[in-house]
Design a protein around this ligand. Structure first.
Ligand SMILES: [Ca+2]
Ligand SMILES: [Ca+2]
Ligand SMILES: [Ca+2]
Length: 259
């Protein structure tokens, strides 16, 4: 609800305007899902995940509307190094715990800060991952230390994958994999670099069949897989939804809007 409508309501019921800030407190809490500009440029090795001011969506907000992350225009070089382009992008946290898949302490889970860029043909993602124990010691790609971006290009938010829906994965050595009817391996280019805090991934995803422009929206979810050298994946963290269903269900994705 807009502030002006609150003022109208307060006037009707005769509440003094001095009380308005208290009355509007729940409203302010419900609007915290909007991503916040991180400000400073992200450097390889920087502990971005611990410094950001971005807050995740509240449970109440998630039920009402999906969170939105803004992608700004820019075409980075996909080399695992952080181009200047990324400094103007907005960052969001990937740090929501998925209880069913978490066998480590919450403080040990790998997390990430993600920024998105776009141009007429591609969506780009920069992942700065905080992971204190790197491991690829599993034959399944999705069990290894890796990041995943899920995309619902037509924003239909279906509970199953359509022709356009895809899961794009990159491990900390830059190996790509994925699945879904909309997944084409050649559409995904990536590079990664390891640092003291974890690793950095740059993704380039070809968006086929259209020229993108400001205002265009797609469904998106982001996830970090954390392997710590044991039998399998020890934790996953996500941007929006707190269940392990994004690989088959797009209805709980957030939204990326091109600016
Ligand atoms: Ca780069
Ligand atoms: Ca790990
Ligand atoms: Ca779709």
């Amino acid at each position: 609800m807009r502030r002006s409508r609150w003022l109208v309501i307060l006037a009707v019921i005769g509440m003094p305007l001095a009380m308005a800030p208290l009355a509007m407190a729940p409203l302010a809490m419900a609007q915290e899902s909007e991503p916040v500009e991180l400000g400073s440029k992200v450097e390889v090795g920087a502990k971005v995940g611990t410094e950001s001011k971005v807050e995740p969506a509240s449970d109440q907000d998630q039920e009402q509307k999906p969170p939105v992350v803004t992608a700004v225009k820019g075409s980075p070089v996909i080399d695992g190094k952080v181009d200047d382009f990324w400094a103007k992008a907005v960052g969001v946290h990937v740090r929501k715990q998925v209880d069913d898949l978490t066998v480590v302490e919450k403080g040990q889970m790998a997390t990430a800060t993600v920024k998105l860029l776009w141009d007429e043909t591609h969506l780009y993602a920069l992942w700065v991952v905080k992971d204190s124990k790197l491991s690829l010691d599993h034959y399944e790609d999705w069990q290894q230390d890796s990041v995943e971006l899920f995309l619902d290009r037509n924003l239909k938010r279906t509970v199953f994958y359509q022709y356009d829906d895809a899961q794009y994965r990159v491990n900390y050595e830059g190996k790509v994999s994925g699945q879904g009817e909309g997944y084409v391996a050649e559409d995904l280019q990536a590079a990664a670099s390891v640092n003291d805090s974890g690793y950095v991934v740059e993704m380039s995803i070809l968006i086929p069949g259209r020229v993108m422009e400001p205002g265009y929206k797609m469904g998106v979810e982001m996830q970090v897989n954390d392997h710590r050298g044991g039998q399998g994946r020890d934790a996953i963290t996500k941007w929006n939804h707190d269940e392990d269903d994004s690989w088959e269900d797009t209805s709980n994705f957030g939204i990326v809007e091109l600016k």
